[in-house]
Design a binder for this molecule. Structure first.
Ligand SMILES: C[S@@+](CC[C@H](N)C(=O)[O-])C[C@H]1O[C@@H](n2cnc3c(N)ncnc32)[C@H](O)[C@@H]1O
Length: 206
C-alpha cells in the first residue's frame, strides 16, 4: 500500500479483487467528509472481494460516494455504475474514475450529482444494486436518504449499506428501527464497529 501526502492531496493504493485502486483525496477542496476513504468503504470493498460479488451486466447505483472507491470497484467487477454524491465532490470522483477505470470500461461508469431527497426523482427505479458506505451518519439526512433508496429500488434490488455503528450518530435507529419498516434487512458482515447490511424492499401489499 503506497501513501503520498502534501497539503493539497493525499494518494493511497487499495487492492481488492485483484485490482489496485489509486485513490486521490482532495484535501484542499473543502470537501469535508468526502475527502477521505472511510472504514465502511474499505470493509464493503473487502466484502465484495471475499464474497466474490459479480456485478457483470448489472445496473448499480452508488450513493454518497466521496472518493468513488466503491463505485469504481463495482465498475471493475463488471457493473454499469452510476456513482453519485453532492455536486462539490464530483471533480474528485471523476479524477479517480479517470485514474482507475480503463478506457475500454469507461462507458460503464457515470458520475452524477444526487442530493438525497431532492434529486432522486431524476433517477430510475430499476437498479440491480444500490451501494452506500458511511452514508448513515446524520439523522437529519435519514428522511432524504430513505426516500432516495426507496425511489431507486424495486423488490429485486439488492442494497448493501456499510455503516460504522458506534461512531455514527443515529445509525442503530436507522438500521434497526427505520429500515425494517420498509425493507427486509440482514446483517451480513461485522468488522469491528462496522456492519454491512444487505437489504431488499418488502413487497408492496395491495
Ligand atoms: C462519510 S462520507 C462517506 C464517503 C464514502 N462513501 C466513504 O465511505 O468513504 C459521506 C458522504 O455522503 C455524502 N452526502 C452527505 N449528505 C448527502 C446528501 N444529502 N446527498 C447526497 N450525498 C450526501 C457526502 O458528500 C459524503 O461524500
Amino acid at each position: 500500500m503506497s501513501n503520498t501526502k502534501n497539503d493539497d492531496i493525499s494518494v493511497k493504493d487499495y487492492t481488492f479483487c485483484g485490482h489496485t485502486l489509486t485513490i486521490t483525496m482532495f484535501k484542499r477542496a473543502a470537501l469535508g467528509l468526502s475527502a477521505y476513504v472511510w472504514g465502511p468503504a474499505v470493509v464493503l470493498c473487502q466484502y465484495f472481494h471475499d464474497e466474490k460479488i459479480d456485478f457483470t451486466g448489472k445496473k448499480v447505483l452508488e450513493l454518497g460516494s466521496g472518493t468513488g472507491i466503491v463505485g469504481i470497484l463495482a465498475v471493475l467487477l463488471g457493473g454499469h455504475v452510476t456513482i453519485t454524491d453532492v455536486p462539490e465532490t464530483l471533480k474528485q470522483i471523476e479524477y479517480n474514475v479517470n485514474a482507475n477505470i480503463p478506457v475500454t470500461s469507461k462507458h460503464r461508469s457515470k458520475v452524477r450529482a444526487l442530493l438525497w431527497g431532492t434529486d432522486h426523482l431524476n433517477f430510475p427505479s430499476d437498479f440491480d444494486f444500490i451501494l452506500g458506505s458511511d452514508v448513515v451518519y446524520s439523522p437529519m439526512h435519514f428522511p432524504g436518504l430513505l426516500a432516495t433508496i426507496l425511489h431507486c429500488c424495486n423488490e429485486n434490488t439488492t442494497i448493501f449499506i456499510s455503516t460504522n455503528m458506534t461512531a455514527r450518530m443515529g445509525s442503530e435507529n436507522f438500521h434497526k428501527e427505520l429500515i425494517p419498516k420498509q425493507f427486509k434487512s440482514e446483517l451480513v458482515r461485522t468488522s469491528g464497529m462496522i456492519c454491512i447490511y444487505k437489504m431488499n424492499k418488502k413487497p408492496t401489499r395491495y
